[in-house]
Design a protein around this ligand. Sequence first.
Ligand code: DC
Length: 684
Amino acid sequence: MYSTDHLDIPPLVSAGGTVQLPGSKSISNRVLLLAALSTGHTDITDLLDSDDTQVMLQALSTLGCRVEQRPDGVVRVHGLGGNLPVKTAALFLGNAGTAMRPLTAALAVLACQHGGRFDLSGVARMHERPIGDLVDALRQLGCPITYTLNEGYPPLCLGTGEPTELSIDDAPIQIRGDVSSQFLTALLLALPLAARSRDIHIDVVGELISRPYIEITLNLMRRFGIDVKRDEWKRFTIAAGSQYRSPGRIPVEGDASSASYFIALGAIAPCSPGCDGITIKGVGLASIQGDIRFIEAARLMGADISGDDSALHIRRGAWPLKAIDLDCNHIPDAAMTLAVMALYADGPSTLRNIASWRVKETDRIVAMATECRKLGAMVEEGPDFIRITPPATPSAWSSASIHTYDDHRVAMCFSLAAFNPAGLPVRIEDPKCVGKTFPDYFETLFEVCQTPPANIPVICIDGPTASGKGTLAAALARRLGYHLLDSGALYRLVGLAAERAGLATDDAALRSQDQTDRLGELASSMQVRFTGEHILLDGEDVTEALRSEAAGMAASRVSAVPQVRSALLGLQHDFRKLPGLVADGRDMGTVVFPDAALKVFLTASAGQRALRRHKQLISKGFAVSIDDLLADLIRRDERDSSRSHAPLKSAEDALQLDNSGLSIEQSIEQMLIWWQDKTAFSKV
Ligand code: DC
């Protein structure tokens, strides 16, 4: 997951490949609660691991429900069977509506039956999301509920700590259906706990929105032994004597709302060479999730979609996409993706019946309108609709820094704006908000998107030994969410591999053409893998061995060999991957990435560098003298600067940074200022 302040997505040009979707949020959180309320244990496979499911898992464990994470990835929930081991608790539910609403209903009923008392709260936005209609319905059952802050909104206090008789008679419980379908879902999930001796009827007041989500609820309740009787979409009846029973094992489908971004990707992006569109695994045409009907809307816009029960396949069809005028009530979440597809349409598109957008993670109508306008679209918004007119020409598109409002869907949708015909990058602010439902969204996107290397930004930091390049490059890469190339490590690897292969690297040996050829071959055939912090040579972890002074010296010697340098060139170019690269070394800016957007030549006085290296080695337990280090450093710099091939020198267009008197933090800040100035976003 990208935890950076923002993520700059370079302009993208094509896409192709296979995407495995994470589990559905709606199914995951319903299944977790159902499993907790059941008798027996339930093994859940493919459960989504995200902020919202963590919130639910944490709440269940606070309530005394045992949840086991098994080694095979299965999550085993030991059902409470209607019991309540913990009778008083304060639950913090973040911004997870799929936890707040159902837990409110279930705990309100359980608190009455067992004499419990529960405080439920969330983040500030959760305290602005209405819950009054659900509370009113639960009060009809006799559940004592108080608002602890504002009438109609969380936080809530459920129960009094004393058992309370539930008032169940033939009169149906009334619930409004036109604000959020989650109110009805919450009641449906909770009421089997109360339907002991009499049937319970629920009547929906007003039009029921987002019906497909109710279908998911009914479908999953059936899997847990409860068949709810439904009359039209008006009355629901839960039979007396209902009791949740575990189905034993239950898989979670891939998230159909998350699929919408990749369906849109397939519809927008030309196929990458050698690819045949986008394949989505984990969700298919037989999905129980309502958002699967996004497919129909995407087809209307021109997407070419085929599939089977568990996979979808998308290719670009009509281009430009066709403008639509659509009632989106049945796909409220996925419809946001249509708003971004509308930017690529042949005219204005209108998405109607989306009033529920206003009470989601943020006011989504305002959010989508504001951010689409930043990109150059004309947008009209109404109480329950949005009309988007795409930028008239490629040059009408603007570089935009997309504000994401702590709303995962805003962040995911607008990543698709990177296919704009103007070839502009897109900045996504606070990218980690996708953690709510799809923590690895951007990584997954970058896996299947392509763009020419020239579009992928590179920052080069060259400089002499121990100038602090490595530390600075790593910190910068972390701050920007970019890949990191420590090119020195590659030369160190060649030095080490040569030593292991018994190939001499002393000056005499390097004068022999035969020997330098062999070193070149070794460099191009060595099996290297970079895994996070670790470097593997032929499968062995050599991270520590590479850091020694001897490895540095050997590297300096083999790095003078032209065959070695050219053998490593392709390997270094391979690091230039989406969304960007920070590379450090001696010739990053001069030879390897001459087109880099920012080049910095980092120096520090020899004394200062020897002092830093000394500190570093002492802290690792190596006893070395500063004088020896200084002599070594100077020798190495001389060798690196005087070799005929790619000598250490500053690129002409590099900015000079002498960090002798700067802290690492100060150097990073300076680099970030320089970098910000180079991006398209310095002007927005
Ligand atoms: O940065 P370092 O100390 O890990 O580099 C080890 C040696 O590798 C260095 O003395 C010179 C060589 N090198 C190089 O020639 N070109 C690079 N791009 C990086 C390192």
